[in-house]
Design a protein around this ligand. Structure first.
Ligand SMILES: [Zn+2]
Ligand SMILES: [Zn+2]
Length: 373
């Protein structure tokens, strides 16, 4: 179900008046709004503690409006478009959201009082908001300046959406596991923190980026060299279509290892939390952007900051073990792994193909059992 041809792949045009824009916006808005309605109906299970406490009073009215807009866009697309999938998805999502809201009629957005122990929850709100935010920023970039003419809902889109969803939903798990080693280390070495915290915030932010990418570079390079680590990292490289969602294909073991070590370095140096928060927003946006299917010309930026063309060469089928940095391309120059041929790669993915590695569950379980290539 997750792999193979997407039901959204079609020869129909994507231009204005084809029902594609209304269908896409309607379906995305509908799915996100429906997910947030489920959060409102079952806050203890599906909402982050922060959202339970701080959700604004008008949340429900806003969701009703969003469901209405999604349904209207879905109907509009159904009228214009021969292939009805997008319109039907928008309508089904709006209906699901409405049912969830009806269910939550008497419930509140905040958590039930008296629960002192934090129970497991899935961050459906993080998933819905991230999906809408990233899609709203990066899909237009890809449509306006595409690198390859591929549909937004391309082959294996559902696989990558499943990875995107898994990392968002499991925020509670990563929020505990990622900082644990770093906080333990930092507690043992309190002196360094005083120095870092005295610096201006902008300088701290720059240092966090430098320090994070330095650690990320070597962990990433190790993931390519050490066979056991490559099993997990190969999942990221099995993507054969590059776009804003492709970068989400990151095995949980890969993500936890990289993030825990990056965080350990940041925690030991004891940066201000505001600088760390700014870095988290920055890394989320840049990691998404560098995978985008966009030919946006950024040659002036290429020496200083990783661009889509730089990271696309990291994913090239014909070139291996180059361009490990995520933020600062000159780290690759410094350590001898920099490569920027003119133009773009011929193809993306694993050198030997991704046989047997199609679909979310195969990619999730596969690395524990064997290797991809
Ligand atoms: Zn890699
Ligand atoms: Zn990548």
């Amino acid at each position: 179900m997750m792999g193979g041809m997407s039901p959204f792949v079609t020869d129909e045009p994507h231009s204005l008046g084809s029902g594609w824009i209304s269908g896409t916006i309607g379906a995305s808005l509908g799915i996100a709004a429906a997910a947030l309605c489920v959060c409102v109906a079952f806050p203890d299970w599906f909402a982050t503690p922060f959202a339970r406490e701080h959700a604004p009073a008008g949340t429900r009215a806003l969701l009703v409006a969003a469901l209405g807009v999604a349904a209207a866009l879905g109907l509009f697309s159904l009228c214009l478009r021969r292939k009805k999938t997008l319109g039907m998805v928008a309508l089904a999502a709006a209906a699901t959201g409405a049912i969830a809201l009806a269910f939550a009629r008497s419930a509140r957005v905040e958590s039930s009082p008296g629960a002192s122990v934090e129970l497991p929850w899935l961050a459906l709100d993080v998933f819905a908001l991230n999906l809408v935010l990233y899609a709203a920023v990066f899909v237009p970039v890809e449509r306006l300046r595409p690198r390859l003419s591929q549909p937004t809902f391309r082959v294996e889109w559902w696989t990558d959406l499943a990875w995107f969803a898994s990392s968002a939903l499991l925020v509670q798990v990563t929020a505990v596991l990622v900082p644990a080693p770093g906080l333990a280390l930092a507690a043992a070495l309190p002196k360094v923190a005083e120095f870092a915290r005295a610096l201006p915030l902008v300088v701290q932010f720059a240092l966090v980026v430098l320090c994070a990418d330095l650690v990320q570079y070597w962990v990433h390079r190790a993931c390519h060299r050490v066979p056991f680590l490559w099993r997990f990292h190969a999942v990221h490289h099995s993507a054969e279509a590059m776009d804003w969602l492709a970068g989400s294909r990151l095995h949980l073991v890969d993500a936890l290892l990289t993030r825990a070590l990056v965080f350990a370095a940041i925690a030991v140096l004891g940066f201000d939390l505001r600088a760390v928060a700014a870095y988290l927003v920055f890394v989320g946006a840049q990691a998404t952007f560098v995978h985008c299917n966009t030919a946006l010309r950024l040659s002036w930026l290429e020496p200083f900051l990783v661009t889509p063309r730089f990271h696309h060469w990291h994913h090239a089928r014909e070139l291996q073990d180059v361009n490990f940095a995520v933020h600062l391309p000159w780290l690759d120059r410094l350590f001898g792994t920099w490569s920027m041929p003119s133009g773009w790669p011929q193809g993306y993915g694993l050198a030997g193909g991704a046989k047997g590695w199609r679909g979310f569950w195969r990619q999730m379980v596969g690395p524990f059992v064997g290797r991809a290539s």
